[in-house]
Design a binder for this molecule. Structure first.
Ligand SMILES: Cc1cc2nc3c(=O)[nH]c(=O)nc-3n(C[C@H](O)[C@H](O)[C@H](O)COP(=O)(O)O)c2cc1C
Ligand SMILES: Nc1ncnc2c1ncn2[C@@H]1O[C@H](COP(=O)(O)OP(=O)(O)OP(=O)(O)O)[C@@H](O)[C@H]1O
Length: 307
C-alpha cells in the first residue's frame, strides 16, 4: 500500500471515503466491494480518510481518549485488507466548511480520478455533514462516476460501528469489540525503559505507551499476543497489565507486556504490537511484592490456557 502525499496515483481509481476508525467489519465490506469493482476494470482502490478524526476537531469538548486505531494501526489494517493507496486529508475547520459537491469535484474526481466511489449506507460528508449517500448518487449520475452504497453490516445482531466498538472497549468487553472489528483491538508502540523491576521479580516486561488519543480498556490484566517489528507475523502468547502499578505507588499509565515462556533479546526502541484477546482481572494494589508475584504467575497460567 502506498501513502499518497502529492497528487493522486495518476490512473483511474475506485475510492472509498470515511474515518475508518478501527477498520471494522463494516469498513472491510466497503474495501471488499471496492476491490471487486477495481478487479473488473483494473482500477486500484484508494482509501480517502481524515486525520485528526473529525470528532476530535468539531466537538466542543472532544474526548481525550477516542481512537480505536491511531494513524499507524489504521494504515496497517487498510493495507492488510488490500487497499492499494491511502490519502490522509488533514481535517480542520476549513475542510469542514467545503460544500459536499465541491469536495467530490476536487478531492475525489480531480485529484484521485475516481471512476467509482463506494461508501456505507450512513455516509455523510461536506459542510455540516449535509452530503449523504443520496447526494453522492446524484453527483455520480451527473459526473459518470459509478456509486455503490453498502448495506449495513451486522454482527451479533447489532450494526457494526466504531462507537459500538468504543463502548465495548471501555466496558472491558474485549471479545465483543474484537468480534465487531474482525481483528484484535491492539496497541502499537516502541518499547520504553521501565524501572527494571520486572526482571528482578522474575517477570520481565516490555513497556508500551499507547498513543495519547487512543481509547483504552479499564486498568487491568489482559491475555493477548505480541508481534515484534512491522514485517513480522509471529504471534507470541503474552499477558499484559494496563495501569499505574499501585503496589509500587506508580502514577503514569503503562502497558506492561510479559511474553510467556520466552527469553527475548533487548527490544528497547523496537516497535511492538500487543493484540488484546481476553480480560483477566482488574489491576490491584497488593500488600506485598510476593503476593503480586503469586498473582502474576496465576495470570500467566490462565493466559497460557486461554491462548
Ligand atoms: C501480568 C501482570 C499483572 C500485573 N498486575 C499488577 C497489579 O495488579 N498491580 C500492580 O501494582 N502491578 C501489577 N503489575 C505490574 C508489575 O508491578 C510490574 O510489571 C513490575 O513492577 C515491573 O515494573 P517495571 O517494568 O517498571 O520495572 C503486573 C504486571 C504483569 C506483567
Ligand atoms: N456497519 C456498516 N456497514 C456498512 N457500511 C458501514 C458500516 N459502518 C460504517 N460504514 C461505512 O464505512 C464508511 C466509513 O465510515 P466512518 O468511519 O466515516 O464512519 P462510521 O464507521 O459509520 O462511524 P461509526 O461506526 O462511529 O458510526 C462510511 O461510508 C460508512 O457509511
Amino acid at each position: 500500500m502506498e501513502l499518497l502525499t502529492g497528487p493522486g496515483p495518476g490512473v483511474s481509481t475506485v475510492v472509498i471515503i470515511g474515518n475508518f476508525d478501527g477498520v471494522h467489519l463494516g469498513h472491510q465490506a466497503l474495501i471488499h466491494q471496492a476491490k471487486e469493482i477495481g478487479a473488473m476494470h483494473g482500477w486500484p482502490v484508494v482509501a480517502l480518510t481524515f486525520d485528526p478524526h473529525p470528532s476530535l476537531v468539531l466537538r466542543p469538548n472532544p474526548p481525550k481518549h477516542y481512537l480505536i486505531t491511531p494513524r499507524d494501526l489504521k494504515l496497517h489494517w487498510l493495507d492488510h485488507y488490500g487497499v492499494d493507496f491511502v490519502r490522509v486529508l488533514s481535517f480542520d475547520h476549513n475542510l469542514a466548511m467545503v460544500p459536499p459537491m465541491a469536495f467530490l469535484a476536487l478531492e475525489v474526481q480531480q485529484k484521485l480520478q475516481a471512476q467509482a466511489v463506494v461508501v456505507g449506507y450512513n455516509f455523510t460528508f461536506g459542510a455540516g455533514g449535509l452530503g449523504t449517500a443520496e447526494t453522492l448518487k446524484q453527483w455520480g449520475a451527473a459526473s459518470h462516476v459509478k456509486v455503490r452504497i453498502v448495506e449495513p453490516v451486522n454482527a451479533d445482531s447489532v450494526v457494526v460501528s466504531s462507537s459500538a466498538i468504543r463502548e465495548h472497549i471501555s466496558q472491558r468487553h474485549i471479545d465483543k469489540a474484537n468480534e465487531l472489528l474482525g481483528h484484535p483491538f491492539s496497541v502499537q508502540s516502541v518499547v520504553y525503559h521501565g524501572e527494571g523491576r520486572g526482571s528482578t521479580i522474575g517477570i520481565p516486561t516490555l513497556n508500551l505507551l499507547p498513543v495519547e488519543q487512543q481509547i483504552m480498556p479499564p486498568f487491568g490484566v489482559y491475555a493477548g499476543y505480541v508481534t515484534i517489528g512491522e514485517a513480522n507475523n509471529a504471534l507470541l502468547p503474552a499477558v499484559a497489565n494496563w495501569g499505574i502499578r499501585p503496589t509500587f505507588g506508580g502514577h503514569k499509565p503503562v502497558l506492561e507486556v510479559h511474553v510467556i515462556d520466552q527469553t527475548l533479546p533487548d527490544l528497547h526502541d523496537n516497535v511492538v504490537r500487543f493484540d488484546f484477546q481476553q480480560a483477566l482481572r482488574s489491576e490491584q494494589k497488593f500488600e506485598s511484592v510476593d503476593e503480586l508475584i503469586r498473582q502474576i504467575h496465576y495470570d500467566v497460567d490462565r493466559a497460557r490456557q486461554l491462548l
